[in-house]
Write a protein that binds this ligand. Structure first.
Ligand code: FDA
Length: 378
């Protein structure tokens, strides 16, 4: 073995694939029973509809090297992501655009008129001086739109009133003065034609790659554990950085999600893949209806049943899956201390979202793995 990779998410698998193609013998271990990390998807056992076990994953990128790289393993459908929001019993398009504004104010504003209105409404607070998230949000888009679409949604995500959240959680709230409601601005987007798992499996289809699942790097009873390997073989570590150092600088905090899956006896529940619920009286933040991610599979999916997943957000405890870094002031101090420790760890390369305590989209995880391969490992 020339290289041990801890974690079979997109970061780890990209390094594995590159290393194997360059003739190195690689072992990838993952404590879960499947490859793919959080991008893993599977067929729903009751309906056969592809569901994303760790939350909906839409691929998008403007990075030509990443786009070229991922197309070696999969083709992509022409799916274009759009999100809607049910506020006070009415459905609006997101991100906030001219359609949202005109529907909300029951008006027919031109782009310039809408711009002037939002400018006037956002004058209530100065964005630079905002002391909490509520003031910041109002300073960015005005009180009516902030209260309708952002305030309670964010409060549900953080289980904290917007007045008690720091202003820095949002730096900008995009408002489009056109009717364009494409969710992503990237050059390329789509979903892997035959699913994420088929894509991920093709990445490790190489005689130089061995994958060991249900194998925890910190389990001393399995042979490729931290004590036995570090210093002997180069390691790419994509698990949690605080766990690696036995939480010596304290635990980094995360938000997690709870998913509530339900199979319904209707052909179509909501007519779209994602519906946000920004109001305080609805406990969940959004509902995914997975069949809408693949309209091209209509002839293979049931026409009289559908599967929906309600998503709830909360702070993670030690037992939960870590999803989004909280990144509060204390977390940043701890992270700096961990970064110092990573510099002196022999032959261990820390990467991926857990290893760097960073939210990374898939294209960012793949892009940063390609850079690590080229600059540090190749
Ligand atoms: P990832 O977490 O995928 O993989 C790390 C692996 O390491 C895991 O499999 C874990 O089990 C393993 N591991 C950890 N500790 C270990 C140990 N001690 N021993 C062995 N193995 C260990 N991105 C995007 O582009 N579009 C989208 O729509 C979304 N949507 C989305 C929704 C939600 C809810 C989340 C949380 C995230 C997204 N993402 C996303 C981001 C996407 O999930 C992210 O880019 C990738 O998971 C990053 O891949 P990594 O390999 O860095 O981590």
């Amino acid at each position: 073995m020339d290289l041990l990779i801890v974690g079979a998410g997109f970061f780890g698998l990209t390094i594995a694939e590159r290393a194997a193609a360059a003739g190195r013998k690689v072992v990838v271990i993952d404590k879960r029973a499947h490859i793919g990390g959080n991008a893993y998807s599977e067929a729903d056992p009751e309906t056969g509809i592809e569901i994303h076990r760790y939350g909906a994953h839409l691929f998008h990128t403007s990075n030509p090297s990443v786009w070229e790289y991922v197309n070696r393993f999969t083709t992509f459908t022409s799916y274009t992501h759009r999100v809607y929001s049910t506020h006070d019993g009415v459905v609006y398009p997101l991100p906030i655009n001219l359609g949202t504004i005109n529907q909300f104010f029951r008006a027919a504003y031109t782009p310039d008129e809408a711009r002037a209105l939002i400018k006037q409404q956002s004058g209530e607070f100065d964005s630079e001086r905002a002391v909490n998230l509520e003031e910041k949000g109002i300073a960015l888009i005005g009180r009516p739109l902030f209260e309708a679409f952002i305030r309670d949604y964010t409060a549900k995500q953080w289980q904290t009133d917007a007045r008690d959240l720091p202003a820095e959680i949002i730096s900008r709230l995009p408002v489009r003065y056109t009717y364009d409601n494409r969710y992503f601005n990237d050059t390329w987007e789509g979903l892997p034609t035959d699913g994420y798992t088929a894509w991920l499996e093709r990445m490790v289809e190489h005689p130089n790659i061995e994958v060991r699942l249900s194998t925890d790097f910190f389990d001393a009873s399995q042979s490729l554990n931290k004590q036995s390997v570090v210093g002997q073989v180069p390691v790419v570590y994509t698990g949690a950085v605080d766990r690696y150092f036995d939480y010596s600088e304290g635990e980094l905090s995360w938000r997690t999600l709870d998913f509530e899956r339900e199979v319904l006896d209707v052909g179509d529940f909501q007519g779209t893949s994602v519906m946000n619920y920004p109001d305080a009286d609805v406990p969940y933040t959004r509902i995914h209806e997975f069949k809408h991610f693949h309209p091209e599979r209509a002839d293979r999916y049931p026409t009289d049943r559908t599967v929906i997943v309600r998503e709830y957000s909360r702070f993670a405890t030690a037992k939960d899956e870590p999803y989004y870094p909280v990144n509060a002031g204390r977390d940043r101090e701890k992270l700096l201390a961990y970064r110092e420790l990573t510099k002196i760890e022999p032959q261990v390369h820390f990467g991926g979202r857990l290893g760097t305590y960073q939210y990374l989209d898939m294209h960012m995880a793949i892009g940063s793995a390609l850079s690590m391969w080229k600059n540090q490992l190749a």
